[in-house]
Write a protein that binds this ligand. Structure first.
Ligand SMILES: Nc1ncnc2c1ncn2[C@@H]1O[C@H](COP(=O)(O)OP(=O)(O)OP(=O)(O)O)[C@@H](O)[C@H]1O
Ligand SMILES: [Mg+2]
Length: 285
């Protein structure tokens, strides 16, 4: 089923006419009509917005074609939010050419995926495309490998992980691609996915330090800490929280309680209960 057919199903499921959906989503009715008829593919940002309006839990975004019209894959998931701060880390990612892999590490919700995906979507350094895998959703390295090979147009060879890993290497050998591996658990999970990538590069995100990969000598580690107060405040003030807490002192105290933790700040900004993390459990109350 293509994206347009799924959009029609969801719209009808919600009991909306095309006009009503267009009004709720703030877009032109022709966009809905053309998309449903398969004549148009909305941008990732518009698709993410339609997903939100129809409360589909990302169902439509998952159907976005993973190839741009010129045939170059771009599998990055849509990033809806503006990225505040992280200028220094952005520059470090820009120096990626010196290392085969960069591992972005830090605690849950600190902004690893946001940084990696935003940066990858802005870089023009990888003309042969960007492959993305959420290893939290698919942790099995063999299945990830066969999926990547499939995306590159290769049937997985017999001979298990070593043969597949070799094929991935040769498939990437003459390309300049970026591989984004998000939510890596441990070094074992990604070793077969990271043969010497030659001209291609990889960005990994992980809650763990993955020191073993750094010791292998091909990886640089980029550890994310809390956002500095001015960027924390920006994140907080760009949401409904401003309506509730217009008082500067109150905002300041909310920002300090969140300790520069983006997911907590975002939750506060949306007026939702905070996400409980071991050291910030108080916010959930
Ligand atoms: N620099 C930032 N500016 C604005 N919003 C941010 C920033 N960093 C993170 N966020 C927001 O904070 C939330 C958590 O970020 P993200 O999902 O990137 O964290 P993570 O470190 O990948 O977490 P996990 O370990 O659970 O995968 C998201 O809603 C994201 O939009
Ligand atoms: Mg993440």
């Amino acid at each position: 089923m293509h994206l347009g057919q799924r959009l029609r199903r969801w719209r009808q499921h919600r009991g909306l006419s095309q006009r009503q959906l267009a009004e709720q989503a703030g877009c032109h009715i022709s966009l809905i009509g053309h998309t449903e008829a398969g004549r148009k593919i909305p941008t990732a940002a518009v698709t993410a917005h339609l997903d939100r309006v129809l409360a589909t839990d990302g169902d439509l975004a998952a159907l976005l074609p993973t190839r741009t019209p010129n045939g170059v894959p771009n599998q990055l998931p849509p990033v809806s939010a503006q990225l505040y701060g992280r200028d220094h880390e952005w520059e470090r990612l820009g120096a990626l050419a010196e290392h085969s892999h960069v591992i972005v590490t830090g605690e849950a919700g600190i902004g690893k995926t946001s940084l990696a995906v935003s940066w990858a979507s802005h870089t023009a350094e990888f003309p042969d495309g960007i492959l993305y895998r959420d290893l939290g959703g698919e942790p099995d390295p063999e299945r990830v490998l066969t999926g990547l090979l499939d995306d590159l147009g290769h049937a997985p060879p017999s001979g298990g992980i070593p043969a597949q890993s070799r094929l991935l290497r040769s498939a990437l050998a003459h390309k300049r691609m970026l591989l984004v591996l998000d939510g890596v658990d441990d070094a074992q999970q990604v070793r077969p996915l990271l043969p010497n990538l030659l001209r291609s590069r990889a960005v990994l995100t992980s809650r763990s330090d993955l020191d073993e990969l750094v010791l292998d000598g091909h990886s640089e580690q980029l550890r994310l800490g809390p956002l500095p107060p001015e960027h924390g405040m920006q994140l907080l003030t760009h949401g409904p929280a401003t309506a509730v807490a217009t008082d500067a002192t109150e905002l300041d105290s909310l920002a300090r309680r969140a300790g520069g933790h983006p997911r907590t700040l975002r939750a506060l900004a949306h007026g939702l209960p905070g996400i409980a993390t071991p050291d910030r459990g108080g916010l959930a109350a």
